[in-house]
Ligand binder design. Sequence first.
Ligand SMILES: [Zn+2]
Length: 121
Amino acid sequence: MTDPDDTEASLIAERARTSELIESMSARLASVIEATADTASDDEHDPEGTTLAVERGQLVAQLERSRVRLEEIDAALERLGRGAYGRCETCGEEIGAERLEVLPAARQCVRCAAKNSSRRW
Ligand SMILES: [Zn+2]
């Protein structure tokens, strides 16, 4: 059995890491946008401008994923608070300690997650 206190601690640690990541990526994105603006007078054949555009796209995607992750972690903490943590939201079965260790914020068991792969977790 997973100790609920350990689970909460690892979710909180994960939340802190994700918040930090979002902060540093936001800062990086802001500087990339600034740099892009500086090179905007050059045409798009400027190799540095292209690199920045690629990095900008990646940062936006990473930020989006991290924000989603943060929401999932908050939802998991909320489930933990009302004793619903560790149960699949779809079939009600236990998610399983191994899966929860890898994905502490998982809301579906492996079977349901595989069936419904359009869902994030
Ligand atoms: Zn399930």
